[in-house]
Write a protein that binds this ligand. Structure first.
Ligand code: DX5
Ligand code: ZN
Length: 221
């Protein structure tokens, strides 16, 4: 199995102290900063954009920034995130008019690219683009809010996507986002995921390092 990557979602961080919060969670052992972008159109919530990503880079954050775009349209915001220092950019195929073009746009900008599938989005969206994917993100909640419960049917979907990745022979990360906690991260990993997004499970605890250590202990079992 690939090295597991813990990706705290800053949606649950204290936005008034965002730089400090991100530095703290990286210091506590997190691997990747998960950056949720919501537009109050594709999803019913509004968050942060490229300026905040750039501000984190200027603040000195060097960890990979994984931009999860929940916006429609997708393409016009991508160059701004590339300039702002994004490392990975993922988007929802239903939100893009031309999925292949959007993937190319991300990769030409030097970022890693991925598709995000909602709980009810079928896997066939992956069919003709596997060669362009660096990440596949499976949503285990409906996108828009932190703090929701993990949808159990996602486990079967993770297994199916894992098989597709193996069959492709490509080096594609399998990320899961929504309701990931210490008590379910083990079964999510066993199903085949190797990148774990967790917002409320980490930021709602006083000691980020303790939660991340507990997650790693579950992953090592
Ligand atoms: C939801 C976001 C998630 C969210 C996860 O639309 O994409 O990244 O922050 O939050 P938790 O871990 O609290 O479910
Ligand atoms: Zn997310």
């Amino acid at each position: 199995m690939k090295q597991a990557l813990i990706c705290p979602s800053i949606l649950s961080a204290d936005f008034a102290r965002l730089g400090e919060e991100v530095a703290q969670v990286i210091e506590a052992g997190a691997d990747v900063v998960h950056f949720d972008v919501m537009d109050n159109h594709y999803v019913p919530n509004l968050t942060i954009g490229p300026m905040v990503c750039q501000a984190l880079r200027r603040y000195g954050i060097q960890a990979p920034i994984d931009v999860h775009l929940m916006v429609k349209p997708v393409d016009r915001i991508i160059p701004d995130f590339i300039k702002a220092g994004a490392s990975i950019i993922t988007f929802h195929p239903e939100a893009s008019e031309h999925v292949d073009r959007t993937l190319q746009l991300i990769k030409e900008g030097g970022c890693r690219a991925g598709l995000v599938l909602n709980p009810a989005t079928p896997l066939h969206y992956l069919d003709h683009v596997m060669d362009k994917l660096d990440v596949i993100l499976l949503m285990s909640v409906n996108p828009g809010f932190g703090g929701q419960s993990f949808i159990p049917t996602t486990l079967e979907k993770i297994k199916a996507v894992k098989q597709r990745i193996e069959a492709s022979g490509r080096d594609i990360r399998l990320q899961v986002d929504g309701g990931v906690k210490v008590d379910n991260i083990g079964e999510i990993a066993a199903a085949g995921a190797d990148m774990f997004v967790a917002g409320s499970a980490i930021f709602n605890q006083p000691d980020y390092g303790q939660v991340i250590d507990q997650m790693r202990a579950e992953l090592a079992k």
